[in-house]
Design a protein around this ligand. Structure first.
Ligand SMILES: Cc1cc2nc3c(=O)[nH]c(=O)nc-3n(C[C@H](O)[C@H](O)[C@H](O)COP(=O)(O)OP(=O)(O)OC[C@H]3O[C@@H](n4cnc5c(N)ncnc54)[C@H](O)[C@@H]3O)c2cc1C
Length: 361
């Protein structure tokens, strides 16, 4: 068989985004091969992100909300709750299954795209090889553990508002909060999320979530789907990495260290990488912007060493940033977002975290 022009290892978000961006350009300089042993497996995932109207075509949100809220459980000196209203930004959602189905439909109709259900273990000799195999869970600094319940129920949540970080508190040795997506008048996705250093048992978190659901002021409800997972945050510096090609996706640091969000970054990189491949026959590497790495590493250190301070810290940031600035910080973290964030953030925790002196905060 001929060596492919582009070999993409892994048909997840980054691999499929790159393949789609290539296929959308029409006729290609050579064949694209996508390898994944779990190609046909549906995955119960929901991808959320902030987006601007100009990004709608690229990201194809299925649902959108214009407001997002924060609250703490009350033991802090900051306000107990705050609401962001997005003017340029909206919060959007894409279901993992529809993203996969849509991508695979387009790719299967392209005459130069081929699939292989193989587990790739060795580097091949193709001109451009991209590796998106996930790293081992132990390679990550912080675990974001969540259990989400999709409920059929009567509820009072406004349909234009996401409860983004509600009831933030120090629990399970880390930061715990509730996240609620009102999907329709009679459908809610409620997730209980915890950021911790230690691995948290998802069974324990699910048991906690079941009890917490009983306390919600909802009418009769039925659980239609449960989604639970660990989302990695921040690759440890000591991680040994042997890539089988140019690293992409989470393996390349495209998922944000301090939040786990990566869907938008992967799509944007894929567009640029496809253009570079087609126009210059060159492969584009992803480099995490320095300012973003620095800000994220400070936040991770605070979560690691002083989790009890994080509800107040996130609340302070939420109240002092506008909705659009917060969304822009979460998605791109340009210099202007980072400077604004530094201006409003409590100085001592950040400076001490940056110096590695978290015990002095
Ligand atoms: C549960 C969860 C929820 C998330 N939610 C969000 C969200 O709401 N918003 C957001 O922006 N980001 C989110 N993320 C972060 C990030 O966007 C996703 O993790 C995204 O799927 C990462 O894309 P990826 O291409 O790096 O890896 P994946 O999408 O995990 O793809 C990797 C692929 O590699 C394949 N593979 C593994 N081993 C091999 C091998 N040896 N050979 C060939 N193929 C192999 C796997 O089968 C898989 O299909 C979430 C992450 C998780 C885990």
């Amino acid at each position: 068989m001929l060596t492919p022009w582009v070999h993409i290892i892994g048909a997840g978000v980054s691999g499929l985004s790159l393949a789609v961006a290539l296929a959308q350009r029409g006729s290609l300089p050579g064949e694209v091969l996508i390898s994944d042993p779990y190609l046909d497996q549906d995955r119960s995932q929901t991808f959320c992100f902030w987006y601007k109207e100009t990004e709608r075509e690229l990201l194809k949100p299925e649902r959108s909300w214009s407001q997002w809220s924060f609250s703490t459980t009350g033991s802090t000196s900051t306000p107990l709750s705050h609401l962001h209203i997005g003017e340029k930004y909206q919060y959007g959602m894409v279901s993992g299954d529809s993203f996969r189905r849509r991508s695979l439909k387009l790719l299967k109709s392209h005459p130069q795209v081929r699939f292989s259900k193989e587990r790739v273990t060795h580097r091949d000799q193709g001109p451009h090889v991209f590796d998106s195999r996930p790293l081992h869970r132990d390679s990550y600094y912080i675990q974001q553990s969540f259990v989400g319940f999709e409920l059929r129920c009567q509820h009072d949540y406004p349909l234009n508002r996401v409860a983004l970080m509600e009831e933030m508190t120090h629990d399970f040795g880390g930061l715990r909060f509730k996240y609620v997506l009102p999907l329709s008048e009679d459908k809610l996705l409620i997730e209980y999320t915890v950021f911790t250093i230690e691995k948290l048992s998802l069974d324990d978190l699910e048991a906690f979530g079941q009890e917490a659901l009983e306390q919600e002021s909802l009418g009769d409800w039925v659980i239609e789907r449960v989604e639970r997972a660990h989302i990695p945050m921040g690759i440890k510096q000591s991680t040994e990495m042997s890539h089988l090609g140019i690293p992409i996706g989470t393996r390349a640091g495209m998922a944000r260290d301090s939040t786990g969000y990566g869907f938008v970054e992967m799509h944007k990189w894929a567009q640029e990488a496809a253009n570079t491949l087609i126009d210059r026959n060159a492969a584009l590497r992803f480099n995490t912007p320095r300012i973003r790495s620095w800000m994220d590493s400070c936040l991770l250190k605070l979560i690691e060493h002083r989790p009890e301070l994080t509800p107040e810290l996130f609340m302070t940031l939420a109240t002092k940033l506008s909705g659009d600035r917060f969304a822009s910080f979460m998605m791109s973290c340009h210099l202007s977002d980072a400077s604004q964030m530094m201006l409003v953030s409590p100085k001592r925790p950040f400076i001490m975290a940056a110096l590695g002196k978290t015990e002095w905060i």
